[in-house]
Design a protein around this ligand. Structure first.
Ligand code: SF4
Length: 106
C-alpha cells in the first residue's frame, strides 16, 4: 500500500454557530423550552434568597452585588420584564428600576 490516507479528519467540519458567523443564531444557553431554564445557573439560588426579596425599605445592595457577577443576568432581567415580576431584585434591578426601564423602553 502507498501512503494513501482514507477517511475524513475529525476536525474537517467547522460549525458556523461555533464560528459566530453573522446570521447564524447561537442558541440561548439553557434554552430547553423551559422559560425558567436559565435559573439553573442563577447565582442567587446559591445564596440567601431573602436578600433578593427584602422587606419594604430593606437593603438591596447585597443582592445587586451578586447579580453583577451572575452569568444569567440578561435572561433574568428579560424574564422579569416580560412577566411583569413586581417584587424582588431581578437581573440586578429593583422593582422601581425595572419600572423606569420599561417606561423608557415603551
Ligand atoms: S441576575 Fe441576580 S436575581 Fe437574576 S438570577 Fe442572577 S443573581 Fe439571581
Amino acid at each position: 500500500m502507498t501512503g494513501y490516507r482514507s477517511g475524513v479528519p475529525d476536525n474537517w467540519f467547522v460549525d458556523p454557530v461555533q464560528l459566530g458567523v453573522p446570521g447564524v443564531r447561537r442558541p440561548l444557553e439553557g434554552d430547553d423550552g423551559n422559560p425558567l431554564g436559565w435559573q439553573t445557573d442563577a447565582l442567587c439560588a446559591q445564596t440567601d434568597p431573602e436578600a433578593f426579596f427584602p422587606e419594604k425599605g430593606g437593603s438591596t445592595r447585597d443582592a445587586k452585588r451578586i447579580c453583577t457577577t451572575c452569568d444569567v443576568r440578561d435572561q433574568c432581567l428579560e424574564y422579569a420584564l416580560q412577566n411583569d415580576e413586581r417584587f424582588g431584585i431581578w437581573g440586578g434591578l429593583s422593582e422601581r428600576e425595572r419600572r423606569k426601564l420599561k417606561r423608557r423602553a415603551g
